[in-house]
Design a protein around this ligand. Structure first.
Ligand code: HEM
Length: 464
């Protein structure tokens, strides 16, 4: 029996626009056609109400796992029986080789031990100056003019600058990575199409060749940047993330990263470290422009905590409303909108909402923060922008923008610190105003992005 939706709260809240799901159709080909440009097109209204969705995709059993206990079973309790789906590796290999994100088993475990060690050695406190310098450079770029700006592009630039400074101890030069961003945007578009072709059992060779072409642009740039950084070791402080990745040694005897592995990891960390944060920061700024009350509350909080002094990590830790705004953004617009896993070993039963479904070996399981975090049985007022829900005593569940379990994102604290710093500085200096005549077109690809940009207007505030 279906549960009743949760009671909506009494006060009306902003319901920011989103690519709402399509009406249900049993026609799988029509759904795939809708998913050609954005994977959100594959979803229908029913997916946001069921505990477990089931579909036979031209012979491939596919499950949409929404029930919190099943989500935990797949991501936390039985990780070995539900490893990352081989399509993850297939779609990302041209770009990141066999880096941590897409591999499984002992190959993953060893890499995770090394990456965790490198992250620990690089320490958040120590990367803070890099974040502060990149944020200052962003503010300088934004100065002057009150014409609409594409905040998504601005956030892509600042987050790439942060991660380049963190990995390589040097800033990203203005215009330096334009070709790289363009290549990645093409990669994202083509990767989504390659997956649809794969589901349809159609040849994806042509698309794959273009994926390799785009990936080569990105990898060549990073390979060159690493070489330059290593040629001048004396000039660079020894504690950047590259140095920590090179120095990391597996305590279980697995050695360190080979030069090829190092390039794969840096490619992944560069992408993971800026693409997701850019998506989240762009959406957060856009939401604040739509919600002037939330924006003013955040501004007041920043002033109360730091006055006009330069922001420090201890100030950011006190921004509880700021953290709530960031979390609510990640709930409504999770940058990584879905994860895919494969059933391995033996067939099993997936039990949800009082019934069981047989899950054969090789079945594909989709876990989607996009669906789960807007699910009408998990969240009151699921489409409403209501940061306060993250301040209430009982922490909202299920909330998984950074994943769950052993494969949870190790960059979550890094991303949170960076986001709070950028948002706090932005609202301190500017009023963020909406540009209703240029609404965003949100697309779900490898990450959630705005296809034609996220436009808003900045009005300088008198400094107090
Ligand atoms: C708002 C920003 C970010 C979001 C929403 C995000 C989200 C995620 C998610 C959902 C996963 C796990 C996916 C799965 O289970 O299939 C993941 C993995 C990962 N993320 Fe992030 N991430 C963000 C920022 C970062 C940053 C800044 C870094 C590094 C500096 C980073 C490094 C990684 C790594 C290394 C993994 C792989 C973990 C593993 O497979 O063991 N992420 N991220």
């Amino acid at each position: 029996m279906a549960e009743a939706p949760l009671e909506p709260p009494r006060a009306p809240h902003l319901e920011p626009p989103w690519p709402a799901p399509q009406p249900y159709t049993p026609n799988v080909l029509r759904r795939l056609a809708r998913g050609w440009r954005s994977w959100f097109g594959l979803l229908n209204e029913w997916d946001f109400r069921v505990a477990l969705g089931e579909l036979n995709l031209l012979g491939l059993p596919v499950f949409l796992v929404n029930e919190p206990s099943l989500v935990r079973r797949v991501l936390v309790e039985e990780v070995d029986a539900f490893p990352k789906h081989p399509y993850t590796q297939w779609i990302l290999e041209p770009l990141i080789g066999r880096a941590i994100f897409s591999v499984n088993g002992e190959e993953w475990a060893r890499q995770r031990r090394l990456v965790d060690q490198a992250f620990q050695a690089a320490q958040l406190q120590r990367v803070f100056p890099a974040m502060a310098e990149a944020t200052e450079a962003l503010l300088q770029r934004l100065e002057g003019g009150d014409t609409p700006i594409d905040i998504d592009a601005a956030m892509t630039q600042v987050t790439a600058d942060v991660i380049v400074r963190t990995i390589l101890s040097r800033p990203l030069a203005q215009g330096e990575a334009g070709e790289v961003f363009a290549a990645f945007a093409r990669y994202q578009r083509r990767a989504a199409r390659a997956l649809v072709l794969r589901f349809l059992h159609l040849p994806a060779g042509l698309v794959q060749r273009s994926l390799r072409r785009d990936a080569r642009v990105i990898r060549a740039w990073l390979e060159q940047a690493i070489a330059e950084r290593l040629e001048a070791p004396a000039a660079a402080p020894a504690n950047d993330l590259l140095a920590c990745l090179i120095a990391a040694r597996d305590p279980q005897g697995g050695g360190g990263f080979s030069p090829e592995e190092l390039l794969d990891q840096v490619c992944f960390l560069f992408l993971a470290g800026h693409e997701t944060s850019a998506s989240a920061l762009g959406m957060a700024a856009w939401l604040l422009a739509l919600a002037p009350d939330a924006q003013e509350r955040l501004r007041q909080e920043v002033r109360a905590v730091a006055g006009s002094a330069p922001l420090q990590p201890e100030h950011l830790r006190q921004l509880s409303y700021g953290a709530a705004v960031f979390n609510e953004t990640l709930r409504l617009y999770p940058p990584v909108s879905f994860f895919i896993r494969e059933r391995q070993g033996t067939a099993t039963e997936l039990a949800a909402a009082g019934r069981g479904s047989r899950c054969p070996v090789g079945a594909l399981l989709t876990l989607s923060p996009w669906v789960i975090q807007r699910h009408e049985h998990h969240w009151p007022d699921p489409q409403g922008f209501r940061p306060e829900r993250f301040l209430e005593q009982q922490k909202p569940e299920p909330f998984l923008p950074f994943g769950l379990g052993p494969r949870k994102c190790p960059g979550a604290a890094f991303a949170q610190q960076e986001a709070l710093l950028v948002l706090a500085e932005l609202v301190r200096r500017y009023a963020l105003l909406p540009v209703p005549e240029q609404p965003p077109e949100l697309v779900g690809r490898l990450t959630l992005r705005a296809r034609t940009g996220l436009w808003l207007r900045l009005k300088g505030l008198v400094r107090t």
